[in-house]
Design a protein around this ligand. Structure first.
Ligand SMILES: [Zn+2]
Length: 300
């Protein structure tokens, strides 16, 4: 009897060790990227739109910070909020980090909405805030869904950064890209690439190569998109030179790219609402970036 129970214990121990070994191996395999879920990203757009315009200092802006923070934590990211100030205004950048390997990649999007819809055709609307479905909410939604589907055990170092106060230029006492300036100045070390997404929800998605962006990284992202069948969305021609959150990084000698569809007739108007953007456009951009991240990233 004694002998038999020892034998059972030995077999049970071997089984436990075997199961644990398999679990550990599974856990340390670089996991395949899950597909980008357009419906979930769309919910992120709707959640932000429900808050109202996320203008700096507003309750909606506070809610956006809490929402982004909590969605990132739910997805298992280490999150910090950089609290600083620029031109006398409080700035809060939300920074999510994962991994410690190489290359080091930063994806960024601004989460604030503009105080004034100064391009609105109706003069009375030009002092009202922009709803920011495309200009703000779309980029945040792409990054949040990427946060949910990126593998937890990547060999790369990935940061997702949600920039405050991008969109307040040409307003007295303000300037453009205050949040990304503050963030870039706080960096210790040099990331291998910074990829900014902004206004990428347009139902008619035409993303041209941005003129000031790093050419090699633009090439590799546009090639990835073409390989996925998105060449009509990622158009392999330069069109605009945009003042956006990628600039402070370029100024520091960090390769950076701006992914933006600037052919959007509702830009800085009260009509920048969810009925002018499309879940599938978020998926086109999100899938391209996830696939690019999985690949060899060009020369990197
Ligand atoms: Zn804007």
């Amino acid at each position: 009897m004694k002998c038999k129970s020892r034998w059972i214990i030995a077999v049970a121990l071997m089984l436990i060790v075997g199961i644990l070994t398999v679990l550990i191996l599974i856990n340390f395999q670089p996991g395949p990227v899950q597909p980008f879920n357009a419906d979930r990203a769309w919910q992120d757009v709707l959640a932000q739109m429900e808050m109202g315009p996320r203008t700096p200092g507003s309750e909606a802006h506070n809610q956006a910070v809490s929402y982004i923070h909590s969605e990132l934590e739910k997805a298992g990211w280490k999150v910090e909020i950089q609290e600083t100030e620029r031109m006398g205004h409080p700035i809060r950048n939300i920074i999510a980090k994962r991994g410690s390997g190489s290359p080091w990649l930063i994806f960024g999007a601004h989460f604030d909405s503009r105080f004034v819809a100064d391009n609105d055709p109706v003069i009375a609307n030009q002092t009202l805030p922009v709803p920011g479905a495309n200009d703000g909410a779309s980029g945040v939604a792409v990054l949040l869904e990427m946060a949910r589907v990126l593998p937890k055990n990547s060999d790369k170092q990935v940061w997702l950064v949600f920039f405050d106060a991008e969109d307040q230029g040409r307003i007295e006492g303000w300037d453009w890209i205050l949040g990304s300036r503050a963030f870039s100045e706080s960096l210790t070390g040099k990331p291998d690439a910074v990829v900014v997404v902004d206004m990428i929800g347009d139902a008619d998605l035409n993303i041209y190569r941005e003129k000031s962006s790093d050419k090699a990284i633009t090439d590799s992202i546009w090639q990835t998109a073409a390989g996925l069948g998105y060449a009509d969305n990622f158009i392999n021609e330069e069109k605009y030179n945009i003042l956006d959150d990628h600039l402070p990084f370029l100024e520091l000698g960090i390769p950076a790219v701006d992914i933006i569809d600037f052919d959007y007739s509702y830009w800085h108007t009260l009509s920048d609402t969810q009925d002018h953007i499309w879940p599938q456009s978020l998926a086109v951009v999100g899938t391209t970036l996830l696939t690019w991240l999985e690949g060899d990233l060009g020369a990197k």
